[in-house]
Design a protein around this ligand. Structure first.
Ligand SMILES: *Cc1c(COP(=O)(O)O)cnc(C)c1O
Length: 238
C-alpha cells in the first residue's frame, strides 16, 4: 500500500473510533481530504484508496489540480474550496468547485451566485463562523450568523448547507471540545428554526488532523484532514 492509502485507513479508523466514543453512527461524519500544496498525483493516489472529496485553500492551485486530476481520474470527485475567497477569485470558485466553506460576507455569496454557470448544480455553501475570533479573523461573528445564513439562502444558484469553523489552536481535548461545542450550539439554533431555504442545512464542517476527535464529539459532520493523509506540508503555498 502507498503511504497515502495507509494514512487514509488510519484517519478513517480515528473517525470510526471517535464516532463510537460519541455514540454516533460511523457514517455520520464524512472525510474531506485537504490536498493543498500536494500535487495531482497525491490526489490520484487517494482516489485509488477510495477517497472522493478533496479540499483546496488556494484557488488557482486548486483549479489547476482539478483540471490535471480530471484527466487522470475517471470517477467523479467532489472539490471543496476551504480557503479565503477574494472578490476577484469568486468566478473561479463558481465555475470549478462543488462546495465553498468560507463564505463570510454577503457580497461574496452574491458574486458566487451570479457567476455559477447554469449547467452546474447549485454551489453548496457553508458559512464560516469566527467562533473565538477577534475582528481580524476570517468568519462572521456568531451574533451575525443567522442574518447571513438567511440572506445567502435566498440566492438562486447557491444552497446553504451549514456552518464551518476553524477555531484557534487549543492545548488539549477539553479546550478543543469547548470551542467546537460553541459552533455546534449555533448550528443547532439555526437548524431548530426550520426556516424555508434551509432544508439542506445539514453540515457542520469542523475538525482537522489535530482535533478531529473533539470535533466529532461536539457534532462535526465533516472533518477536513490534510497532514494526517498527505503528510507534512514542506513548502509554503503562494
Ligand atoms: C490546511 C487546512 C486544513 C487541514 O489541516 P491539517 O492540520 O493539515 O489537517 C483544514 N481546514 C482548513 C481550512 C485548512 O486550511
Amino acid at each position: 500500500m502507498t503511504t497515502i492509502a495507509t494514512n487514509l485507513q488510519q484517519v478513517r479508523g480515528r473517525i470510526a473510533q471517535a464516532c463510537a466514543a460519541a455514540g454516533r453512527a460511523p457514517d455520520s461524519v464524512s472525510l474531506l481530504a485537504v490536498s493543498k500544496t500536494f500535487g495531482a498525483e497525491s490526489v490520484v493516489q487517494a482516489t485509488a484508496a477510495g477517497q472522493r472529496a478533496f479540499g483546496e485553500n488556494y484557488i488557482q492551485e486548486g483549479v489547476a489540480k482539478i483540471a490535471a486530476v480530471g484527466r487522470a481520474c475517471a470517477p467523479a470527485l467532489q472539490w471543496h474550496c476551504i480557503g479565503p475567497i477574494q472578490s476577484n477569485k469568486t468566478r473561479l470558485v463558481a465555475e470549478h468547485f462543488d462546495w465553498a466553506h468560507t463564505v463570510d460576507r454577503f457580497k461574496t455569496a452574491e458574486r458566487l451566485s451570479a457567476q455559477r454557470p447554469d449547467h452546474l448544480p447549485p454551489l453548496q455553501i457553508c458559512i464560516q463562523v469566527s467562533i473565538d475570533g477577534g475582528p481580524t479573523k476570517s468568519g462572521v461573528a456568531p451574533a451575525d450568523t443567522l442574518e447571513l445564513v438567511r440572506a445567502v439562502a435566498k440566492l438562486p444558484r447557491l444552497r446553504v448547507r451549514g456552518l464551518m469553523s476553524i477555531p484557534d489552536h487549543a492545548p488539549d481535548f477539553e479546550a478543543q471540545l469547548a470551542k467546537h461545542t460553541s459552533a455546534r450550539r449555533l448550528f443547532d439554533q439555526i437548524l431548530a428554526l426550520g426556516e424555508p431555504g434551509l432544508e439542506g442545512f445539514d453540515t457542520l464542517s469542523m475538525g482537522m488532523t489535530a482535533d478531529l476527535e473533539a470535533a466529532i464529539q461536539a457534532g462535526s459532520t465533516l472533518v477536513r484532514v490534510g497532514t494526517g493523509i498527505f503528510g507534512g506540508r514542506t513548502y509554503p503555498a503562494p
